[in-house]
Write a protein that binds this ligand. Structure first.
Ligand code: ANZ
Ligand code: ZN
Length: 858
């Protein structure tokens, strides 16, 4: 028997597939319905990691499965290839970011190809290439015309280490999402996309996605958009006509306001600072703190009295006006009516600065005393100290007081969104140039369509101190497209999330050079039927793409409302990390010796199973696995060890187990291939089969059923593979009893044929090799997915219970067609039954065929 030489087999079939172009997809196939399967495209870091292997293996199984189920499958891949690492490599090692990126793409492409994924490589895209980013610019200018892109000066998140601004979505717990550095605020002029115009539609769209997207992702987006219903109330600045509106969701507490707080960035604060210069320093300090920690529940609240007062319209009370760090300018109106008795943040602030407390909600039974309060009373209750509203339940009071305020003209009911416009300018080189030009005469002018793309220049310096684009005079100094006068080009580039917001559309028509994509083609594929990727993109990529999809729809470029019909978020890949808490060092598993002690200090190492990452030195290199066991084993391991949405724990033993299983499949096929009746396929008649044949056919059809069901049930590959393993066990049992005489068998042919098809989406290389060895023609990829034959699933034996006076005493497995009399005899002659009937009077024997025989005795 031939040995299972995986590396030979794998490269052989990869070559065949590529040469025969079996994964090439036409945009239309008269006989097949379109199915678009997409995995999130990789950043070309240079090396694939286990996360990629997992993500792309899951996708590949689905793509192959859908193809075999009769669909015209689109399964593309490309590169999210703009971004900081390339630029950092330029700064640190002087390499050209473009060269660095393209080389990485080449080497990662080789690695991906080694895994045998069924991509249509003809549709490959790279966002850093001109033929892609040209369309970012084109879209940008179109959106600018519609007023959906604008430039604004504002306080923005700034990361000192990445030397660029960040969108709110890209700040996590006050830190940069990329590098983990503390983010602080800078007052800068920046470009924004008007995502807030779509806030309501983005929320509304969740209804369509519910059930097809993980609840968690929908909840995260909902929370991020943060719609809240409330009231805007105008407080007047004392002795002036100036209105200072506040936004509150708790207008029921308005009689309890004891002070007001302005965000340090509030426009009124500038006016105040002109008169009251002493507080300037404090205010500037607050502006510099990062927004996220400023509003955190448990962070230190600081503030300063402005010297001014405002008047509460509902009771004409005069309350002091403060400036405080816990109020943000970009939420609501940037001003808060403070009710320390019923809001915890206000309470902490009031306690710190000795501000007044006034209770306006009291629990129904109890009573609270403001001098004894240690925290705000935030539960429900009855209104007190609230004029004509006293005695109302506070929840009801919200709408009553809001109505009253509207009637009196003090304010209006409003909704507010936490979502802010998407800040897309980046002060970096390696991204899409923003196609804007500043003319001394005409102001902001967009580059003309025929001049696109605005190309990234190569005469730039990477010093690590500023935007490299500023160093290219040729790039910066241009003539105005409108008047021909002297003008300056925008040197900001676009957030790379712009690139990834519409790449899935470009795949459908990736070579179009006159428009981003043809509408008819895109509409034939989109929405993507199944999208697969990491949950970390829940409020960045997945929200931006939904927004972009709607933008492009409104530009008339496509017809659908949502980009991704179904979403699967795969779990993380975990591995054990070895950490010495004293030396603060993470060891590679290979460095750790018996006993798990630190090599330097001898301390016990802390072992933790956690997400594989460079910083923890607990990653496993897929290239090693492929070299040692082959791509099929690597794929099988990741698919078998856990269902796709769950975490996957790296385990060398399971990897070896996957390899052993493939060898088992290899042997059962190759050792018995002469029994495969490869001639004309003959129908198998269930009635003419002997017991062993029948058994095997039953197992086969059960397996087909189980595997298919597991695929359809949220792609539970692990249970599918487990079922195939059982079938293989059964085949080994069968072969031992059957193949003593050398004959060709239809049954064996049937089982081998179906087995190979069933394993093929998971382990496609070995499948094609076995297919060929067994004598079948063509590629397994082009076969039809089998359907289980009900005829073989019919149970022909049943279990019958024998009871004496209704108590179970024995049971027997009998043929289904057994007669009543025969069944009765069987029961009466059972030794176990006899124990209870001997010496007794048998009054009655009740026979329920296929179920029970009950003997009534006395
Ligand atoms: C008075 C009040 C009393 C409030 C009370 C709450 C409880 P959500 O639900 O997230 O929309 N707020 C308004 N604008 C703010 C800003 N720019 N920065 C920080 N806080 C701001 O939150 C709305 C509530 O957050 C508003 O209702 C306001 O405080 C505060 F017992 O007004 B409330
Ligand atoms: Zn001009």
């Amino acid at each position: 028997m031939k040995e299972y030489k995986f590396s030979e087999i794998e490269s052989k079939w990869q070559k065949e597939w590529e040469e025969q172009k079996i994964f090439k997809t036409e945009n239309k196939d008269e006989n097949r319905e379109n199915y678009y399967l997409l995995e999130m495209f990789p950043y070309p870091s240079g090396k694939i990691h286990m996360g990629h292997v997992r993500n792309y293996s899951i996708g590949d199984v689905i793509a192959r499965y859908k193809k075999m189920n009769g669909y015209n499958v689109l399964h593309p891949i490309g590169w999210d290839s703009f971004g900081l690492p390339a630029e950092n490599a330029a700064i640190q090692n002087g390499v050209d970011p473009k060269k660095w990126t393209l080389e990485n793409i080449e080497s990662m492409k080789k690695q991906l190809k080694k895994l045998g994924f069924s991509y249509d490589w003809d549709r490959e895209i790279a966002t850093c290439k001109e033929d892609y980013y040209k369309w970012n610019q084109w879209i940008f200018t179109k959106l600018y015309e519609k007023g959906l892109v604008y430039k604004k000066k504002s306080y923005v998140n700034w990361c000192d280490s990445c030397k660029t601004v960040l969108a709110n979505e890209q700040v996590e717990d006050g830190k940069c999402w990329r590098c983990g550095n503390e983010v602080h605020q800078k007052d800068l002029e920046q470009w924004f996309f008007k995502i807030t115009d779509y806030a309501e539609e983005l929320l509304e769209g969740h209804k369509e996605l519910k059930g097809n997207w993980p609840d968690k992702v929908i909840a995260m987006q909902k929370n991020w958009i943060g719609k809240s219903y409330g009231t805007e109330v105008n407080f007047k600045l004392e002795n002036s006509d100036i209105d200072v509106p506040v936004f509150t969701t708790r207008v029921d507490t308005i009689f309890g306001v004891t002070y007001m707080v302005l965000a340090p960035e509030h426009p009124l604060v500038e006016e105040i600072l002109k008169e009251n210069k002493d507080i300037k320093e404090k205010v500037y300090k607050m502006r510099n703190e990062d927004k996220i920690s400023r509003t955190a529940e448990n962070s230190e609240k600081t503030g300063v009295f402005s010297g001014k007062y405002v008047i509460n319209p509902v009771n004409n009370e005069k309350v002091p006006l403060w400036i405080g760090n816990y109020v943000l300018m970009d939420y609501g109106t940037g001003a808060v009516m403070a009710v320390p008795t019923h809001d915890e943040r206000d309470f902490q602030f009031a306690k710190k600065y000795n501000l007044k407390l006034k209770i306006v909600i009291t629990p129904e039974e109890d009573e609270i005393n403001k001098d004894e309060m240690t925290e705000a009373y935030i539960k429900k209750g009855i209104l007190i100290n609230s004029g004509e509203f006293n005695g109302l339940k506070n929840r009801e009071a919200i709408s009553k007081i809001a109505d009253y305020i509207e009637k009196k003209g003090y304010g209006k009911k409003t909704t507010n969104y936490r979502l802010k416009d998407w800040l897309i300018s980046r002060q970096r080189y390696w991204g899409t140039p923003i196609p804007a030009i500043y003319c001394e005469k005409c102001g902001v002018v967009m580059e003309k369509e025929e001049n696109l793309p605005v190309r990234l220049p190569s005469d730039v310096e990477f010093t690590g101190t500023g935007n490299p684009l500023e160093t290219s005079n040729e790039y910066k100094n241009v003539v105005c497209p409108k008047c021909g006068g002297k003008a300056r080009r925008e040197t900001d580039t676009m957030d790379t999330f712009v690139d990834s917001s519409w790449y899935y559309l470009r795949y459908t028509d990736s070579k179009n050079s006159s428009i981003p994509f043809e509408k008819e083609i895109v509409d034939g594929w989109v929405p993507v039927d199944q999208y697969i990727g990491g949950i970390e993109h829940a409020v960045m990529h997945l929200l931006y793409s939904r927004f972009f999809h709607k933008l492009l729809r409104d530009l008339g470029l496509l017809s659908s409302d949502e980009p991704f019909k179904k979403l699967l978020t795969q779990g993380m890949v975990l591995g054990p990390s070895y950490h010495c808490p004293d030396c603060k060092k993470y060891y590679y598993a290979s460095e750790v010796e018996e006993g798990n002690r630190c090599k330097t200090c001898g301390k016990d190492l802390k072992i933790k199973v956690e997400k594989m990452s460079k910083s923890k030195n607990n990653g496993v290199d897929p290239n090693h696995i492929i070299a040692e066991y082959g791509a099929d084993t690597a794929r099988l391991f990741t698919l078998f060890a856990a269902p796709p949405e769950k975490e996957l724990e790296w385990n060398e033993k399971s990897l070896a187990g996957a390899f052993r299983f493939l060898n088992r499949v290899w042997r059962i096929v190759l050792e018995n291939k002469e029994h495969v009746n490869i001639g004309n396929k003959i129908e198998i008649d269930v009635k003419k089969l002997n017991k062993d044949d029948k058994n095997l056919m039953k197992k086969l059809n059960q397996t087909i059923k189980k595997v298919t069901e597991s695929m359809e049930d949220n792609f539970h590959f692990n249970t599918a593979i487990a079922a195939i393993m059982e079938l293989v066990n059964e085949m080994y049992l069968y072969k031992n009893s059957i193949f003593d005489n050398k004959k060709e068998s239809n049954i064996w042919r049937e089982v081998i044929e179906k087995l190979v098809i069933l394993v093929s989406p998971f382990v496609p290389h070995i499948a094609d090799e076995l297919w060929e060895e067994a004598g079948f023609k063509g590629f397994v990829y082009e076969e039809k997915w089998p359907i289980s034959n009900e005829e073989f699933l019919v149970e022909d034996e049943v279990n019958v219970a024998f009871q004496v006076n209704g108590k179970l005493r024995d049971a027997a497995t009998v043929a289904k067609e057994i007669g009543r009399e025969e069944l009765k005899e069987l029961a009466l002659n059972s030794d176990k039954v006899k124990k209870y009937t001997d010496g007794k009077n048998i009054l009655k024997v009740i026979v329920v065929p296929n179920k029970i025989v009950n003997i009534v005795v006395k």
